[in-house]
Design a protein around this ligand. Structure first.
Ligand code: FE2
Length: 366
């Protein structure tokens, strides 16, 4: 099937209760630079928006300014979370029409938004749960983000308190869907967006004594966009995916994986900024040399920071997961460095899921 040409992930939009405070968190803890703002001061009456950048990553944080906002119910249902994944396409109308023709559900019809900086085009279809996929094009737009947004007031943040942590790009974005729905959503990505299936893990790969999940990875034609899809599998106790579905109130984005060129430096900086990461037991590091062989990084340093390593045929990768970033045990982040390895950390699943189960136990949700 012909691909819809998806050039890259343009931005990820989070719908949050207090965008001003979330922007402070992503700036001061994750090292993002708030570059643009929309709100009452820019003549946007119904919501506030903060655009944050680091490397090629763009996050948009949106909060409603009243209960009359058409999306305000999201906050009650889901809490803070990913609302939309926007993908850059050469032709918004063509991408939207093609996706809808192939069975995608329209969410927002193609629109050309204009201001003195040019034309920004956007259209959206529904993805899993209340998550949407947007097609955007800014080839004819020269403004800071999109019409309605203005460059951040230089008085808002002090340059001296800004410390990027070296996050460079989005590696993958993972969706959690209900039990039995994974294949349906894999098919959706293949049929509607022309994705292909990269790999899959079943409950033999991804299970502990207690909980299990299944996962398949789909990617765009160019391989630049990767979306693993998880569903819960039967285990003795409640899986982390069920916990997510219960607290998020349905399917949604579980984690966003952010690439760094130097994970030791990035994680050290984020830890210094009070970002909380999952920890695996010391025994993980004792077993590591036998499992993955020689690596460039210092094992003691990886153990100190809690960074995990996995190897595949093409090289190895290093990864670490934050704890959930809100009080609901829902969205979290992964920091990942690839040294040739293309995997998603299959060899780490067991140690990782046991770490998650320990967290679940403290929440009483296991
Ligand atoms: Fe991941």
């Amino acid at each position: 099937m012909q691909d819809i040409p998806l050039r890259k992930i343009d931005h990820v939009r989070f719908f949050v209760g207090n965008a001003r405070q979330s922007a402070f968190f992503y700036r001061n803890a994750f090292g993002f630079d708030p570059v643009a703002y929309a709100g009452l001061e820019t003549k946007v009456k119904h919501e506030a928006g903060y655009v944050l950048r680091q490397g090629e990553i763009t996050f948009v944080l949106t909060s409603p300014l009243s209960a009359a906002h058409p999306e305000s119910r999201r906050l009650l249902t889901h809490g803070d979370g990913v609302m939309d994944i926007a993908m850059d396409v050469p032709d918004v109308r063509a991408a939207f029409n093609e996706a809808v023709k192939r069975g995608g559900t329209p969410w927002a019809a193609p629109q050309a938004l204009e201001d003195e900086h040019g034309v920004y085009e956007t259209a959206s279809i529904l993805a899993y749960g209340d998550t949407t996929y947007s097609f955007v094009n800014r080839d004819r737009y020269r403004g800071v983000f999109a019409p309605g947004y203005k460059p951040m007031d230089p008085e808002r943040y002090q340059e001296s308190t800004f410390h990027p942590v070296g996050l460079a790009a989005i590696d993958h974005i993972v969706g959690n869907v209900e039990e039995g729905k994974m294949n349906e959503w894999v098919e959706f990505h293949k049929t509607v967006l022309g994705f292909s299936q990269l790999m899959h893990f079943d409950d033999k790969d991804i299970s502990t004594e207690y909980s299990a999940l299944m996962s398949k990875v789909v990617q765009s034609g160019t391989g630049r966009i990767k979306f693993p899809i998880n569903e819960p599998a039967q285990g003795k106790r409640k899986s982390q995916i069920e916990e997510y579905l219960n607290f998020y109130g349905g399917p949604g984005v579980q984690h966003v994986a952010l690439i760094t060129g130097d994970i030791v430096k990035t994680v050290r900086a984020m830890r210094a900024n009070d970002v909380s990461f999952l920890r695996v037991p010391k025994s993980y590091y004792a077993a590591l040399p036998d499992r993955i062989g020689a690596i460039k990084e210092d094992l003691d340093e990886l153990a100190e920071l809690g960074i995990l390593v996995d190897r595949d045929d093409e090289g190895y990768m290093l990864q670490i997961f934050t704890k959930p970033v809100a009080d609901r045990p829902t969205l979290f982040f992964e920091v990942i460095q690839r040294r040739g390895g293309k995997s998603f950390g299959k060899g780490n699943f067991k140690a990782l899921f046991e770490a998650i189960e320990r967290e679940q136990a403290t929440r009483g949700t296991l």
